[in-house]
Write a protein that binds this ligand. Sequence first.
Ligand code: 26Q
Length: 855
Amino acid sequence: MSTLAGSTSDDLRRKAISISGIGAHEGNEEESIKKQFNRHLHYTLVKDRSNASNKDFFHALALTVRDYLSGRWLRTYQHYYREDVKRICYLSLEFYIGRTLKNTIINLGIQEVCEAAMKSFGLKLDELEDMEEDAGLGNGGLGRLAACFLDSMATLGLAAYGYGIRYDYGIFAQTMKNGWQVEEPDLWLKDGNPWEIVRHEYTQRVHFFGRVVNTDGRIEWKDTQVVLAVPYDTPVAGYKNNVVNVVRLWSARAPDSFNLQFFNDGDYVKAVCDRNIAENISRVLYPNDNMFEGKTLRLKQEYFLVSASLQDAIRRYKASQPGVVDITRTSFEEFPDKLAFQLNDTHPALAIPELMRLLMDVEGMSWEQAWNITFRTCAYTNHTILPEALERWPTQLLDNLLPRILEIIYYINHLFLIEVRRHFPGDEDRVRRMSIVEESENNQINMAHLAIVGSHAVNGVARIHSDLLKTTVFRDFYEMFPGRFQNKTNGITPRRWLLVCNPDLASLITERLGDGWVNHLGELRQLEPYAEDENFLQRLMEIKENNKLHLAEYIQTKYGVNVNVHSIFDVQVKRIHEYKRQLLNCLHAIVLYNRIKNNPNAPFTPRTIMIGGKAAPGYHTAKKIIKLFNNLARRINNDVDVGSKLKLVFLENYRVTLAEKIIPAADLSEQISTAGTEASGTGNMKFMLNGALTIGTLDGANIEMAEEAGEENIFIFGLKVHEINGVRRNYNPSRFYDELPELREAIDQLRAGFWSPDQSDLFMDLVDNLMHHDHYLVMADFKAYIDCQARVEAAYQDPLKWSRTCLLNIAASGKFSADRTIEEYAREIWDVKPNYHVIPAPSERPLAESIGVDM
Ligand code: 26Q
């Protein structure tokens, strides 16, 4: 046992007891929460019950919950320090966290006492929870995956650190003007953020611009502009295990010396105003999803994150010599055994040359030593094979902004190409294809190539996607490094995506299985026998209907649309992108409308088609698709012949918090991307876990979902991955127009302005694209999709059978827990073991060894 030099263990224990009194809530937890809540209201917010708003009450409660975390947080760090565990740094430009209060309360297991405490003050817990802003620091799947992983890593007791950027503005808020998307800035910090703790003492310096000076082999990067990276820590509570990890987000600040020459020239005010230039680095999240945009500010963000995070990790590594105070680790030999850097796509891939720079130029290592450490420490996850999403940065830009980094990249490439030539003698075309530096009129750095070369493991995010990486985009690399390529099928956290968002379903499951499923989601298989239990199925459907009712109320108050709760709730929520084929969904809506109009008295299965999602602000086609859906909605929802048979609703401003409302209420989940384009999808898993049935293509993780649930329990349609290339060769989309009358009718209406009465040619570009290019094969899959939707309708006619299928889907969804995914990363990439043990709570054990643990 290590003790603080000079302190007796009695001293330490006394100190421990005084600290553990704060927020430990021993004894009567409800009383303690009430007391701390009042204390925060009075002393922190300086309000009383008569002038406090629900926002104030939310802040008081959030601070109370944060206090509750403090002891666990400190203890977790002492535990990691004492055990000298390997630390996992998850580097990501995005963490799409959403709200924190409810999730934390549930993970801590204090929901009932919080409810009771608030009730005693005449407050409703869920109304306070509704006051919280989303932390929308992400675009979609990649950012949300990072947030799910944080939850799972804490739940599995891994010493994980999320590293990201504290953007002042998260993903924009979407509003609608006459059916068009309009973006509004997301000032999520405007009321303050009760969760974060700024740690000025761990501020890092990040360099830009300047020049490289080589004096007899000693490299100096001189005359740089420095930007300060200030860390803000947000706690991440594991599920009922007393673990509290952290996500550390960097905020940019100009150093005091910034623009000193202007101070000296006397233009003091200009100098102060110009500090914004540096501080803009963490101003705003780039709103592109699956689309590369080569903006200098974005490159600055990427390097800013990487440089600050690596310096921080190295600082902690040096301070982590166990049992010895004031002596730092000086050897880097153990570095790869004590640290892992997981790169969330190529966005943080500059970690590779930056780690090389820090180890060589700052720590004085040789190239060989530094490379050995870098390569063993870094691993890269790919999230897309869409060519337009792959990052390629012009060398001119890098040369100007990060000259030393570019130099290192060139040398990595130089040595790598020697290896390629050794492996494949005489194959110069392959050398050209594999180069990190792509030769064109303006040379570009291929960041994926850099990431593969500098990592010991490369993974895709679903089996089909990982296979495609090996056979298509990264084939050359696979042939050279077959052992480096892995698959890690994505998952979602069952805490937020069932326990938090669908409490009634969670209770029903717990009632039958106990609560072990929450962190052992495979146990859901034990629900299978209930497929024969009509009573159970009845309860399942009552819960679904209730969730549908709540969503219907929301739609009624928000949009004034009256939806039929007995209709199929047919939902497609995700970013708007051509490859995700919201257009196919629109065409289906038109077909249904035309069927009703052409035959108003025929039987019809009522349906409510809901689409939600943001379009990147510069993505004109995506914005046009939103406008199209809204135009369809306006006409269809107001047609008396249609009535309650068919309603269309665009769900505005889709985000994490809205997903929590929508997904539990869905009957049908639309996962209809062109086969081979959606790397995994994770929304698909959320719907499955909440008892919706999937209509989808054999793409991404849908394939594995079908495998788990059985093909008879999922609506699969359309072209398969191996058929796509064949179809694309001499593809003639207008053939389908000629052959399919319902498709022809829809296209003709779009062309004639039937769906755009104010501007008849509004949708001409969409039609032209479908008829003459149709890169995503909407026309080729149209018939299969429409026919499959008919199968859905038939199935919905038999409620008992439908509910049985829902149950079997829930029972089969256990594979898609992010806990399973993280276990695989832990064992197969990071070489660490999950820790299922519960750390003692602050009340159970005094803080015995509060020696200088660096956070
Ligand atoms: C890159 C450079 C400059 C600006 C923006 C970007 C950028 C930003 C975000 C590029 C791509 C993204 C997002 C990609 C993404 O979300 N991919 C999704 O990742 C999910 C998690 O693995 C998968 O489930 C989805 O299939 C995949 O589309």
